[in-house]
Design a protein around this ligand. Structure first.
Ligand code: NIG
Ligand code: FE
Length: 414
């Protein structure tokens, strides 16, 4: 969805959704649904085989959120970094002083795969309780061949336990690990070699990931290293995406040639690149939870991107260093208060455009016949309330693949 189409939600008042076999089969008004002969016959049945009816009177039903950017494969929160930032240090200063991404690595390398699976699964459950039904999940805190594969295996294992849809992403190029960084420029070349020549082929051969991601920014990987990794991904028949413009600007032309599914963060972007980006299928996935948590004044330029015709998505960026939140509705709130997105735009960015960012828009992101029966039910009267209330979970129920699960969270009554 681009431009003004991003704010068109196609709301149906007194709507009804009929799902069969895990798929949405029809969408319309409750009145029409109740007149349907097949529905009538099903409702007349007793016991087994009878339709399950979920009464959503006075509630808002959305397509389940598609969280298109998360890093759940970590063991511990980064409380020292958090406290240092409270005392005035910046994200980059903390990373240079030995904190940051590298400080999450040892615990992942030491962890049993099953322990990693448990923490990832717990994160998926937290996300689902807040209305998320599709999750992109990255590796990237192992940074060695063995521990990156272990992270992807744990994501796969957690995805098998969880009823929602998980899209695994290989982020071996998150940062140059300490043992290579100590070797300077040669060290980063040697690490990129391992990512391209050893890790990527195994990821591809074992189908451990759908995407390859690179953190392309100051202090991580350069644009030319990113292009090299993208080329290796293409050679291994893997699609690509990148973290871009979180800390500094990177020009887009060279990387767009690889047709990435998404560029994420995009706090810094050159205006001259916007027309090119708008013409491409690459989604700009904005993750304002990171700006909030790092205490930044600057937020991604959502208005400028939307008005230029760029497809904009919203995601949590769930991770221990810059955005420890599983809540898409909090991200919607930030998008409205700090990026001047309309609540309707935020919802479309968190659903259908998130699905496009994962190349799953044929199955996910909207309530349309033929798509997966993934719904989020909110105990609010107006969709704008989902972004309005913050610090509270108003998702009362989710339906994933046609199966409902209730949340016990309290409700607001206003
Ligand atoms: O998206 N920018 C790179 N990756 C994460 C941060 C990871 C971390 O600090 O652990 C991000 O913000
Ligand atoms: Fe990230």
């Amino acid at each position: 969805r681009r431009g003004t189409a991003l704010r068109e939600l196609g709301i149906i008042t007194d709507g009804a959704v009929l799902c069969v076999g895990g798929k949405i089969v029809s969408v319309g008004t409750t009145k029409d649904a109740l007149r349907d002969p097949w529905v009538k016959a099903q409702r007349a049945k007793k016991g087994k085989g009878k339709l399950t009816e979920i009464d959503c009177t006075g509630k808002v039903v959305l397509p389940g959120f598609v969280d298109s950017h998360t890093h759940p494969a970590f063991i511990q929160p980064r409380l020292i970094d958090f406290e240092k930032r409270a005392a005035g240090a910046s994200y980059e200063e903390i990373a240079t002083a030995g904190g940051g991404i590298r400080s999450s690595v040892a615990a992942v390398r030491d962890a049993k795969r099953s322990d990693l699976t448990s923490v990832i699964y717990a994160a998926f459950e937290q996300m689902a309780a807040q209305g998320t039904t599709t999750i992109e999940a990255k590796s990237g805190y192992g940074l060695s061949h063995e521990s990156e594969m272990k992270s992807l295996e744990a994501i796969r294992d957690a995805g098998k336990l969880w009823p929602g849809t998980v899209v695994p992403t290989f982020l071996g190029a998150h940062v140059v690990p300490r043992e290579f960084a100590e070797m300077g420029k040669d060290g980063s070349r040697a690490y990129v070699d391992i990512v391209c020549n050893q890790m990527l082929p195994e990821v591809s051969r074992r189908k451990l990931a759908a995407f390859v991601d690179v953190f392309c920014d100051r202090g991580a990987f350069t644009a030319s290293e990113t292009a090299r990794i993208f080329a290796a991904a293409a050679a291994n028949r893997l699609a690509v995406r990148a973290h871009l413009g979180q800390l500094s600007e990177t020009r887009l032309a060279e990387l767009l040639k690889f047709r990435p599914a998404s560029f994420d963060h995009m706090d810094y972007v050159n205006d001259a690149d916007l027309p090119r980006l708008a013409k491409s299928d690459t989604v700009a996935s904005l993750v304002p939870g990171a700006n909030y948590f790092l205490g930044l004044d600057r937020y991604p330029p959502a208005r400028k991107l939307i008005e230029a015709g760029v497809a904009v998505a919203l995601a949590t960026d769930y991770n221990p260093g810059s955005s420890p939140t599983p809540s898409m509705s909090f991200v919607l709130s930030l998008a409205c208060t700090h990026m001047k997105m309309l609540p309707a735009e935020a919802i479309a960015a968190a659903t259908i455009n998130g699905a496009h960012a994962l190349r799953l828009a044929d199955r996910k992101g909207s309530i349309e016949p033929g798509k997966d029966a993934d719904l989020a039910i909110f105990d609010v009267k107006d969709y704008r309330e989902i972004a309005y209330w913050f610090g509270v979970n108003l998702c009362s129920e989710t339906v994933i693949g046609g199966v409902e699960s209730q949340n016990q969270s309290p409700t607001l009554r206003h």
